[in-house]
Design a protein around this ligand. Structure first.
Ligand code: DGY
Length: 326
């Protein structure tokens, strides 16, 4: 009997085709895993899971006694309950090192879009509202030479700093768990405490991973500390921001606008008030979604999966303590 793999929300399925000789690959997409009987049945003898954003918790793990590895097709791995996985000897992996530039392009893109009101002006043209030269009603704000504050100066944060410093002559501030000396040297990034960054930045860009410490990191207090002219950009995870507080801050003009690629609930519900603000740019969690990068991520995720299935240490193991349990 072939060993079973579940592919969950895995878009570039052609990358998995070569595995089909040796493994029984079952595909699932857009399901609520806990209520899909076929999914629950597949878990009984699955050895490897590969895909995006599957919540892997104790309940799921209890249904998958033969599971060896969950290979996330993303850098973020907040969907994995690592303690539960480690206890049961299940490895978890991610795909760092291949998507940083692509994600930084996207996040810098939505920052520019919000500052220069590009989606709003696109609608202005397409709805036939452009009947005269622009008035102050359509004016926007500059990006170049402004202060860019980055919370979470990992690899993607550094790439955003690079774009801001080298491309737009921006003054870079950052806050991070540890100092990033490379970004300080190359992009003149200045380390500062959290509140100072919020107070001084024209653009506050959130790039932290979602952890218990960063859940709701930005809320009412933080929006009040920001400049009224600030643009808030979220490229991390939706749950790092208190969305109700963001909505209040926008209603009360406590900030100038926002650019969001991630949300508390994804896909976002159409009745979410964030969709009503013309000064909020919304994109559908597209940070890494280019053909080139998604292919690299998919190949890396498969490489990690196969290593785990074959008893080797995967390149991007995120719970190395598991090796002591195996
Ligand atoms: C990542 O890699 O974490 C991206 O946000 C896609 O989920």
């Amino acid at each position: 009997m072939k060993r079973k793999i579940i592919a969950y929300n895995f878009v570039l399925t052609e990358v998995l085709v070569p595995l089909k000789n040796e493994y029984d690959v079952e595909f699932f997409e857009k399901i609520n895993p806990k209520t899909d009987p076929a999914f629950l049945d597949a878990l009984k003898d699955v050895e490897g899971i590969i895909g995006l954003s599957l919540p892997v918790d104790a309940e799921l793990l209890d249904c998958a006694p033969n599971l060896k590895i969950v290979s996330n097709n993303s850098t973020g791995y907040n969907n994995l309950s690592l303690d539960e996985m480690t206890k049961r000897g299940v490895m978890g992996t991610n795909t760092p090192g291949v998507l940083e530039g692509t994600t930084a392009d996207a996040i810098f893109g939505i920052l520019l879009a919000a500052a220069r009101r590009i989606p709003e002006m696109d609608r202005f043209v397409k709805t036939g509202s452009w009947k005269h030269y622009l008035t102050t009603e359509q004016f926007a704000v500059d990006v170049h030479h402004k202060t860019l504050g980055i919370i979470g100066m990992g690899k993607i944060g550094s790439e955003i700093a690079k774009r801001g410093h080298l491309g737009f002559d921006m003054n870079i501030l950052y806050h991070n768990r540890s100092r990033n000396m490379e970004a300080e040297e190359k992009y003149h990034a200045e380390y500062c405490d959290f509140d100072t960054l919020l107070k001084k930045s024209d653009f506050v860009v959130l790039m932290t991973p979602l952890t218990p410490e960063t859940e709701n990191l930005i809320g009412e207090r933080e929006f009040k500390l920001m400049k009224n002219s600030a643009i808030f950009v979220n490229g991390s995870r939706g749950r790092t921001v208190d969305e109700a507080a963001l909505i209040e801050a926008l209603k009360n003009n406590e900030i100038y606008g926002a650019a969001l690629d991630v949300y508390q609930i994804e896909p976002i519900k159409m009745d979410n008030p964030l969709l009503q603000f013309p000064n909020v740019v919304t994109t559908p969690h597209l940070g890494s979604a280019t053909f080139e990068t998604e292919e690299k991520m998919a190949k890396l995720a498969v490489e990690n999966l196969l290593a785990g299935l074959n008893g080797k240490r995967p390149k991007n193991l995120v719970n190395p303590n598991v090796l002591g349990v195996l």
